[in-house]
Write a protein that binds this ligand. Structure first.
Ligand code: HPA
Length: 248
């Protein structure tokens, strides 16, 4: 079964036929909200709004462990994250969609592993390629079928938030090799790998990152909202194709 984690701008899927909602308890506490089970184009999916259904949980307070654990416990095998980002380099302009292939983690103080020592022991996952290659390819194919362009690859910088970055911080991220910046990519991707889920992200460029393009003098939140609304409308048909190829 395919799981979809919706980020800012995507707290529900209008093309999903909902069958039930379930509050899942986990050893890590409560997920961001009830899991929503249903189908898209006749194929089973489970949806979770990362920031809660009322968009009340900021990125640094999302219970990533509980979210990933709950999706896994409910039988998800593949997880696609929809994540809004700021665009840093070349083609990563507002409205662009991308399937990142690398991550740099700048977050701190987040519960970032299931392997906390005690009963599960010490375990080091391989994270050379942080995203599931099979699911990345499926996202790219789904977009092609939906007639949408997805940028294939890109480095996602995960920042702590909830504030946006300074222009100097964005310059630093670019020197580090980042193409886009968001606040929720980590530890979500690492936790998915730890628990054995196939995880990929579709990044939606909501704005130029601080100091870039139209964000030279600041970032207007109302413009972000408008771009996201339009772009999420283009993500839905991609998900419709993706869920078919998931075999769910
Ligand atoms: N920075 C960090 N996270 C974001 C941004 C940004 O500019 N836009 C959307 N999510």
């Amino acid at each position: 079964m395919l799981a979809i984690i919706g980020g800012s701008g995507l707290t529900q899927l209008s093309n999903m036929k909902i069958s039930r909602r379930e509050v899942v308890r986990t050893p890590y506490g409560e997920p961001s909200g009830a899991l929503t089970f249903g189908s898209i184009a006749g194929h089973e999916v489970v949806f979770l709004a990362r920031h809660g259904y009322g968009h009340t949980i900021p990125p640094h307070q999302v219970n990533y462990c509980a979210n990933i654990w709950a999706l896994h416990a409910q039988g998800a095998k593949n997880v696609v994250s929809i994540a809004s980002v700021g665009g840093i380099s070349g083609e990563f302009k507002p409205g662009a969609l991308a399937v990142p292939d690398q991550i740099i983690d700048y977050t701190h103080g987040r519960a970032g592993t299931f392997f906390t020592g005690a009963d599960l022991g010490v375990h080091h996952i391989d994270f050379t390629l942080p995203y599931c290659q099979t699911l990345r390819a499926a996202c790219l194919k789904a977009a092609q079928q939906a007639g949408e362009t997805l940028i294939d690859g890109g480095v996602y910088a995960a920042t702590q938030g909830p504030r946006l970055e300074t222009a100097a911080e964005i310059n630093r991220l670019e020197r580090d090799g980042a193409d886009m910046v968001g606040m929720t990519g980590m530890p979500e991707a690492a936790l998915a790998r730890e628990i054995g889920l196939c995880y990929a992200a579709i990044a939606v460029v909501a704005n130029y990152a601080a100091g870039r393009g139209g964000s030279g003098r600041g970032i207007a939140m109302n413009e972000i909202t408008a771009v996201l609304e339009q772009a999420m409308g283009r993500v839905r048909p991609i998900l419709e194709k993706l869920v078919v190829s998931d075999g769910g």
